[in-house]
Structures are given as structure tokens and as C-alpha cells.
Design a protein around this ligand. Structure first.
Ligand SMILES: [Zn+2]
Length: 312
């Protein structure tokens, strides 16, 4: 934990200056009118006033970020960002509560806001150029929300059955071999849903690898190729065809979710997925240090605000 010796982890003012350098590399940005570097510092620390005639409004560096109106000191925010970015499997709200010496509820909110900062729009298609993308699904936790399936003419229903994926929350992962991941918590993992996600998120010049799951058939027409391994016949690798990268991603996710985030409401599952995606997409192998990852997450905090109710 020796990196917490850095000044921006030590006090609120230094943390604010650090945030200003990180979020405003070209000078203060007025969140009201978007003007860059045309504002002056007021007597109140950290408060700037827009110098645009039509605007003249006050702002701070945390305005319209996930840190807005938080009572937690900014250096503690930066410590939380660092902790959540540096640990492989995440950090629980209990851990943040103890390590940062803040209330549990505050820690819980903070963690969810940081996950929001980690969420990326992710619109550029994965794969392309003949590269490989693995598509695979897994199930985590029990469903709490009714499902809507086009097979049932959109009528909501609760999946039944105590075993197998029926009453579980389906997660679909698309993983570039040696590259990025993008995961989805689908309301229901049927062929229509999966095909839509796959079609919208993978470049057509891609070799798609899956197991023999029925969810992905019919995609040959879309992609350069679609190759499958037959797990039911104990075939896991055939040449360079496999889904081990996706399996590896799921194993990190599941170890984290079982060991650290034991209780995760279904409505929050997409945020946890965003957290694991973010760390995977900025992993050491791709050239990112813990510090780089934390700085990127902090930059992602801008332009995002969260308003929702507490942990229970
Ligand atoms: Zn302005």
C-alpha cells in the first residue's frame, strides 16, 4: 500500500489539484456552458467562475461527476479508485468502509459510483481484420426480475426450476483473443437476444469461436467464420479454436463475485460486469499499470452522475 504515500492520497486540497490536472488538462472546463479555460478562481477553494458573459456560473472540478455532492474527502475518493482498480477481483464496500474509515453506506455508494465511472460506452465493434472473438455465456445468481421473451409474445414470466440455468441470471461475454472484453447481462439468453448482441458488437470480418451452445447458431452468415468446439464431447481445443479466453474471464469474475461481492442485486449486476470489464480491458498485459488504470477510471468519472437508493 506504499503508493498511498503519494500526496494526492493524503489530503483533500492536493487531491483536488490532482483531479483538476487530470480532468482539465487544458484549463478549467465550465460544466454549464462547456467553455474551456475561460474562468477564474473565486475566493472559495476549488470554486471557479465562468468568465463567459452569458454564463458567469460557479463550478468545481467534481461538478457533474460521480463525486458530485459527496461528503467524502477527495483524497479518500482517490484511494477508493486506486483500490478498486488495483485489485484483481474488486474490493467490497466493507473493505472500503474499514480501510478508508468511512461509513458502510457511504462506502457502498462510493463503490457503485466508481463502477459507473469505469463503465465505457463501448460502441466500436470488437474483432475485425480476421481476428478471433470468443462468445460464451455463463450464469450467475438467481433471477429477481421477470423475464420477457419474444417467444412468449413479450409477456413477462419468472423462469422456473431449481437447477440449471433456468432461474439464473444469464451473462454473455464477447472476448477478443488477446484484446478487449464486453459483457452483457441479458434479461434472457435466448437465440434472438444473443444473436442481436453478437451482431451489434462484433465486426463482420471476425472469426467467431463458441462452444456448441445453440445460442449462436445462424451466425455463419454474418461473420467471416463461425467455429465451435464440442464441450459435450470433451473437445476443448481444436487448432486455435477454443473459448478458453472467455472461460478465463468468467473464472476471475466468479471468484470475485463469490469471494468479495457475495450479495449482488440483479439490478446492479451490469455495474459489477462493467467493473470487471474495465480492469480486464486495462490489464497489465495490455501495458497498463495500476496507476494508469486508476487515472483512466477517474477520467471516466466526468459526465456521469448516479442517483439511486441505498444498499438495502
Ligand atoms: Zn460557463
Amino acid at each position: 500500500m506504499d503508493t498511498f504515500a503519494a500526496p494526492h492520497f493524503r489530503d483533500d486540497t492536493t487531491a483536488r489539484e490532482y483531479l483538476e490536472r487530470l480532468l482539465w488538462p487544458e484549463g478549467p472546463i465550465c460544466p454549464h456552458c462547456g467553455t474551456i479555460n475561460h474562468a477564474y478562481a473565486t475566493k472559495r477553494q476549488g470554486v471557479y467562475r465562468c468568465a463567459e458573459k452569458a454564463c458567469r456560473k460557479d463550478f468545481t472540478v467534481t461538478m457533474r461527476t460521480v463525486m458530485e455532492r459527496s461528503k467524502i474527502a477527495l483524497h479518500k475518493w482517490l484511494q477508493a479508485f486506486h483500490l478498486m482498480c488495483a485489485s484483481n477481483k474488486g474490493v467490497s464496500a466493507h473493505q472500503l468502509h474499514r480501510t478508508l474509515d468511512i461509513g458502510y453506506e457511504a462506502a457502498w455508494f462510493m463503490a457503485h459510483r466508481i463502477r459507473e465511472a469505469m463503465r465505457d460506452g463501448g460502441l466500436a465493434p470488437l474483432g475485425g481484420g480476421g481476428g478471433i472473438v470468443e462468445a460464451n455465456e455463463t450464469y450467475h445468481g438467481k433471477t429477481e426480475q421477470p423475464r420477457v421473451s419474444p417467444y412468449r409474445k413479450g409477456r413477462p414470466y419468472y423462469p422456473r426450476g431449481s437447477r440449471g440455468p433456468k432461474d439464473k441470471r444469464p451473462i454473455l461475454a464477447l472476448v477478443e483473443r488477446g484484446g478487449r472484453v464486453r459483457t452483457f447481462h441479458a434479461a434472457v439468453a435466448d437465440q434472438i437476444t444473443v444473436e442481436k448482441i453478437v451482431r451489434e458488437n462484433i465486426d463482420s470480418e471476425t472469426r467467431l469461436h463458441t462452444d456448441e451452445s445453440k445460442l449462436c447458431f445462424g451466425t455463419e452468415a454474418i461473420f467471416a467464420s463461425h467455429e465451435t468446439v464440442k464441450h459435450s464431447a470433451k473437445e476443448y481445443v481444436r487448432g486455435d479454436v477454443h473459448t478458453n479466453t472467455a472461460e478465463g474471464y468468467f473464472s476471475i469474475f466468479k471468484r470475485g463475485m463469490c469471494g468479495i461481492y457475495q450479495h449482488c442485486r440483479e439490478k446492479h449486476l451490469h455495474r459489477y460486469l462493467a467493473e470487471y470489464d474495465f480492469r480486464y480491458n486495462h490489464r497489465v498485459k495490455l501495458g497498463y499499470s495500476d496507476g494508469d488504470r486508476a487515472a483512466l477510471a477517474v477520467q471516466g468519472a466526468a459526465g456521469k452522475r448516479l442517483t439511486y437508493h441505498g444498499p438495502h
